[in-house]
Design a protein around this ligand. Sequence first.
Ligand SMILES: NC(=O)c1ccc[n+]([C@@H]2O[C@H](COP(=O)([O-])OP(=O)(O)OC[C@H]3O[C@@H](n4cnc5c(N)ncnc54)[C@H](O)[C@@H]3O)[C@@H](O)[C@H]2O)c1
Length: 253
Amino acid sequence: MPRLAGKTAIVTGASSGMGRATAELFAAEGAQVALTDVDAGKGAAAAAEIGAAARFWPVDVRDEGSIERAYGEIVAYFGKLDVLVNCAGVIGVDKPTHEVTEAEWDQLFAVDVKGVFFSTKHAVPHLIANGGGSIVNYSSIYGLVGNDEFTPYHVAKGAVTMQTKQDAAMYGKYDIRVNSVHPSTVLTPLVEGIAAAYEGGLPAYERMMTANQSLRRLGRPVDVAYAVLYLASDEASWVTGVNLPVDGGYTAR
Ligand SMILES: NC(=O)c1ccc[n+]([C@@H]2O[C@H](COP(=O)([O-])OP(=O)(O)OC[C@H]3O[C@@H](n4cnc5c(N)ncnc54)[C@H](O)[C@@H]3O)[C@@H](O)[C@H]2O)c1
């Protein structure tokens, strides 16, 4: 039997990268999937390619009203909600704390922190009405450990790590499980731009980024999507509050 048979899922940031890979895998495993994203053109195309089990709703996770409206429509359309995947995210400026402007900080936090808050806030009532469900948040290895780049992103993803634990503690009484995944560097459009600009291009970037990683290759979106699939499915029905690295062993060293 498909691993998500009979389930309905919302995936934010589903137009691209790991959100799209997650939506594709969910549909292949029997779920009905609502793809949401601020990029409506790519989102609608992705849903059309996935097929009849998928449909796209335009959502800007910075805009609470757009989330509330879309989630109401999605539940009316599919009849219920079982799974929420909070994947939408941006990486922001690569600066140390003493150089970051207030505007740069606020822009990043509006998507990566407040977006997860708004999305969870408006999914939880539907999950309670459903008698339970699963929330999976995309954090990062940068939400677990520090290093010498992208300071605001580290702090934002650290907030997602804690939002995961707190919501797991709070919503277990409704049989809602909340877990997060923590990828190291995964080859998605977000990273392809950074790699292309690196001296020596992608091969040099891959060598540099994986030098301190046990498995010396960059991740692929599906590597992480399979972890999200497990956490979303009933196979993980006694797993909550877990911050799961999917990182080629980056945080093992
Ligand atoms: N790629 C990596 O190496 C990596 C590593 C660790 C964690 N992550 C996290 O994984 C998630 C997915 O990253 P990705 O690499 O697939 O990125 P991506 O850029 O390929 O996709 C991100 C998606 O989020 C959407 N988005 C951006 N702002 C939005 C908004 N305000 N409202 C709705 N949608 C919005 C974008 O349109 C895009 O479709 C992000 O949360 C990212 O921080 C990525």
